[in-house]
Design a protein around this ligand. Sequence first.
Ligand code: SAM
Ligand code: DTB
Ligand code: SF4
Length: 329
Amino acid sequence: MPATGLRNDWTRKEIQALFDLPFMDLLHKAQTIHRTHFDPNKVQMSTLLSIKTGACPEDCKYCPQSGHYNTGLQKEKLMEVEKVVAQARIARDRGASRFCMGAAWKHPSEKDFPYVLDMVRQVRELGMETCMTLGALSSEQTAALAEAGLDYYNHNLDTSPEYYGEIITTRSYQERLETLARVRDAGMKVCSGGIVGMGEKAEDRVGLLQQLANMPVHPDSVPINNLVKVKGTPLQDVEEIDPFDFIRTIAVARILMPQSYVRLSAGRQQMNDQTQALCFMAGANSIFYGDKLLTTPLPEEHRDIALFDRLGLQPERPITGDHRFYSAV
Ligand code: SAM
Ligand code: DTB
Ligand code: SF4
């Protein structure tokens, strides 16, 4: 075990044994670990913005933005820097501590990259943490993003190495791991997680969490997405995951990566308040907050605020004054 006390040598058998615990035992264990590292009543909030939408060359079967499927999504070219900064300011005033900018690219092009760097610099000047998810990156690109002040880079492994080929054929697992290593080596924080509810087996959820937990350094942020089923994608009719298995996945992520932020990510709109509360109990301490994820809706902010009030949860960055009662812009 390294000096930090954090492990990165988890076996699948050990991880499976955690999943197999009685639900109450698993939640108790996860919550106990959670409390030793975090304030259990604080939740970090990030707001997402799609800075370039649709027509993506990759064929990720879950994704409404892939150019391979017809999901009726309006495609848009790279947003102007000022418009991005204006959205970030709104998100900051509504209580988000981090602004995550996502682009439907295989990787950023030379032409677009300078604008992306400008977005990082200007959003940072607002006093927010910055995150981007732009696809694969070269070492030159990770160095430039770090230099511009990017705090986090999101790049998900999505599923187990075994199931990956059923979901994506145009980019490899290995390439994903290599981009993550470049991000880490450039000194930025890593945000990496996956999606469940894609028709995977229980073993694939074990395999995904093993890959994340056994990285040389645990990702600082681990988004656990519940598939948002979008009409026109090959996964539009896939069978949903049992909500208790979703909560178990959060709990096991918390136990394996005790100091990482575990984000209750996509899928909250389709979840009831009780399921979300159990996810927080299981150790989730971060959410996406705002009008939208990238292209699909989030719960309305007043529903999130009402839930936080009912549970006595607080955002890491307090929401002030009128923003508790804002109406959509
Ligand atoms: N194109 C870049 C990439 O794939 O790395 C960045 C944007 S991509 C939309 C970011 C992540 O969103 C994906 O890795 C995937 O995990 C998640 N995602 C996309 N569509 C989703 C869906 N329908 N439900 C849940 N998560 C989804
Ligand atoms: C992550 O893990 N989930 C977010 C963010 N990182 C980029 C994206 C979810 C996208 C859900 C489908 C959509 O809204 O397009
Ligand atoms: Fe493109 Fe990212 Fe969607 Fe895959 S997940 S199709 S890479 S936008």
